[in-house]
Every structure is written in C-alpha cells, then in structure tokens.
Design a protein around this ligand. Structure first.
Ligand code: COA
Length: 161
C-alpha cells in the first residue's frame, strides 16, 4: 500500500490544502494529514481544533487519516513506515523553501522521498495567514476555506472581540 504524509501547520486548513490532499489520493492509497509544529509560527487554532476540522472535511474519505505530532516529520515517517511526503508548491519561492526542507528531511531519513504538487490555480495566492487576517477584519473568507473552517473562524472572532 502506498502511503504519503502531508505535513503542515494548517492554521487554518484552506481549499488549497484540500485540493492537494484530493490530488494526492489519485497517486497514493492513503494520505496521512499530519498537523505539525512550526516553531516560527504562532497559531490561532489549537492542534485539536485543526484535527477536528480535517476530520469533518474528510468524514466520507476513509483513505485520509488525520494525526498531529510535535516532533520531526522525518521521525514520524520512520515510526509509521511512510516513505513519501507530499508538499504543495505555489510559486518559485515556495519551491526553494520546499526544496531545502526536502533535502534536510532526506538527510534525517534516507528512506524518505518528497513529491511536490503544483497548487491549483485557485489556490496560488491563498495562504493560511492571509485567511486569518481577512477573517479577523470580518472579510469574507468563503472563497478560500471549507464551510466548517468558516464557522470556526467566526466563533474565534467572537472570542477574540
Ligand atoms: N494552498 C494553500 N496554501 C498553501 C498551499 C496550497 N496549495 N501550499 C502552501 N500553502 C501555504 C500555507 O497556507 C502556509 O501559509 P502561511 O505561511 O500563511 O501559514 C504556507 O503556505 C506554508 O505552510 P505549511 O504548509 O503549513 O508549512 P510550514 O512552512 O508552516 O510548516 C512544516 C512546514 C510544519 C511541515 C515544518 O515546519 C515541519 O516539518 N515541522 C516539523 C518539525 C520538522 O520536521 N522540522 C524539520 C524540517 S526539515
């Protein structure tokens, strides 16, 4: 069985992430969405909230597994015998960052390989931080995120007010 890891911060998950997962399911039998920790980012949503969102989005897709991990992605892959990481790439600057990260991950775990998927045209300019910002200023984020993310972001605004 071909399994892939799709790690990310996902604060919040966007339609761009959903697109990458759906397209990965055409290549792999199972995709593990791994909500990971990027220590350079301060998150709005808790790990559990992000996990619950993906579980809702993919409630009818048993080939998507959602997990969270505070550690090296390369170690998680080794512990779960997963040989591929999938990453979405929107532009050249994403690619240089992703390329560097893939080399580091492969140094940490020689059994790993990384598959880059070009982002769909609709998500080329989407980023989680911009979605958070638009939402905080009460802008309409419905074009960027699934329905359940929209509802949670509205709830978060009420708490932050
Ligand atoms: N659609 C929408 N948005 C996309 C996208 C797409 N197709 N592709 C990338 N993005 C955006 C994300 O929304 C995110 O936006 P933001 O910066 O505004 O939050 C950004 O591009 C990239 O974020 P993400 O995919 O979450 O990656 P990251 O750079 O925050 O984190 C980790 C990468 C979590 C995978 C990395 O930090 C990690 O591996 N951490 C675990 C520890 C580890 O193993 N470190 C060693 C790495 S070598």
């Amino acid at each position: 069985m071909r399994r892939a890891l799709f790690p990310g911060t996902f604060d919040p998950p966007t339609n761009g992430h959903v697109d990458i997962i759906n397209r990965s399911l055409r290549i792999f039998d199972e995709v593990v969405v791994l909500i990971s920790v990027n220590y350079r980012k301060e998150c709005l949503l808790t790990l559990d909230e992000r996990k619950a969102l993906f579980n809702k989005i993919f409630k009818d897709e048993c080939r998507v597994i959602v997990d969270s991990y505070d550690g090296l992605v390369a170690d998680y892959a080794r512990e779960h015998s997963i040989s591929f990481i999938v990453r979405g790439v929107r532009n050249i600057s994403d690619f240089s960052y992703e390329f560097e990260m893939s080399l580091n991950n492969r140094t940490l775990n020689h059994d790993l390989d990384v598959v880059f998927l070009p982002s769909g045209s609709k998500s080329l300019i989407t980023s989680s931080s911009q979605v958070r910002e638009i939402s905080r200023y009460r802008g309409d984020i419905s074009a960027f995120v699934p329905e359940c993310v929209l509802s949670l972001m509205k709830e978060k605004n009420k708490v932050l007010d």
